[in-house]
Design a protein around this ligand. Structure first.
Ligand SMILES: [Cu+2]
Length: 338
């Protein structure tokens, strides 16, 4: 009698078959493991963006740390730790720097991959927002913020066969040390130039160089938030920050903050000037902004407009703000006595 099918198969299923089967499964697992190995070995690093004082008045415009060494395949999670927004941006070599609101063009949110062949940028990221960028290819990549021109860093992506110089704990300590050094810098507390009696400094800034690029401290405050003058006096505001723009804005904020309002004239030395006749009048300085840094190969920029003058013809209490940073507490008051 012919053996039934069950007997046939059990007759074939010898211990040798069993071992083959086990090894086959092991081999499959090994192949799968090898395929997954890069993902298993890929590290996730943490870095922070921006730092601020408790009163929000001192803003560290910086990648903290601003230099980091990782392996190809690793990812870095950047978390914004300041109220002032920032972008995390990798442009390609030779790419013209785009405006922050255009992106490079467009934006990545949540996660992105940068291998140097096409740009990656986040939109403006506000406090506690994150972006994860993975780096599949070795290379040295410059990191910038599209909103703040002197805020740069470098990510060194090494082949996985190379040894990394630092661990996450080192970068955490470095980030804290760099943030404290920026925020504790007191050089910006005093105006850097001697201004006339009726002068107010509109924020101050310092650019700090590191091996990987530059960090900036910007003080988002008017040096004399309350100042007293007499009617007929002219008060002069000066932006002493090379990176950050500010405005001096009385009354209603215009939609477009870049140009001055129509009631602003230009003095012979290029400073903007307005006359206010009543605390209910509106006037807007437009962006007070230093000229950008010069660099070989770039067109010469015009001198920046860093000064705004207001002549107060009538007594009263005149409130004003920096329309860009009033949310950080950048506000002032002019008391005009008869
Ligand atoms: Cu401001």
């Amino acid at each position: 009698m012919a053996p039934n099918l069950e007997q046939q198969s059990s007759a074939r299923y010898t211990p040798t078959h069993y071992l083959f089967n086990v090894f086959g499964k092991l081999r499959l697992m090994l192949v799968a493991g090898l395929l997954l190995l890069p993902q298993l070995l890929a590290a996730q690093w943490n870095a922070t963006v921006g730092a601020e004082s408790n009163d929000l008045g001192r803003q560290g415009l910086a990648f903290l740390p601003n230099e980091i060494w990782i392996h190809a395949g690793d990812a870095i999670i950047w978390t914004v730790e300041a109220t002032e927004p920032h972008t995390i941006t990798f442009l390609t070599d030779g790419q013209i720097r785009p405006p922050f609101n255009v992106g490079c063009p467009g934006f990545s949110t949540g996660s992105a991959v940068f291998d140097g062949s096409s740009c990656v940028t986040s939109p403006l990221l506000f406090k506690d927002a994150k972006i994860t960028v993975s780096f599949p290819v070795a290379g040295n990549f410059k990191l910038v913020c599209l909103l703040h021109s002197d805020m740069t860093g470098i990510v060194h992506v090494l082949d996985p066969s190379q040894t990394l110089p630092h661990d996450q704990e080192f970068y955490d300590r470095l980030a804290q040390t760099e943030a404290r050094a920026l925020l504790d810098d007191r050089d910006t507390t005093k105006p850097k130039h001697l201004h006339s009696k009726n002068g107010v400094t509109v924020g101050g800034g310092e650019v700090v160089a590191t091996g990987a690029g530059t960090d900036t401290l910007s003080v988002m405050r008017f040096s004399d938030p309350v100042i007293t003058v007499h009617s007929g006096d002219t008060l002069e505001w000066t932006n002493e920050d090379s990176t950050t723009s500010h405005t001096v804005t009385f009354g209603t904020e215009p939609q477009d903050l870049v140009p001055p309002s129509a009631n602003v004239t230009v003095d012979p030395d290029g400073a903007r000037h307005a006359v206010l006749n009543s605390p209910s009048d509106s006037v807007h300085s437009g962006f007070l902004q230093a000229a950008p840094q010069d660099r070989v190969g770039l067109a010469q920029a015009q001198p920046g407009v860093t000064r705004f003058r207001v002549t107060f013809s009538k007594p009263g209490i005149y409130q004003y703000i920096c329309a860009l940073h009033d949310g950080l507490g950048m506000k002032g008051k002019v008391i005009v006595l008869p």
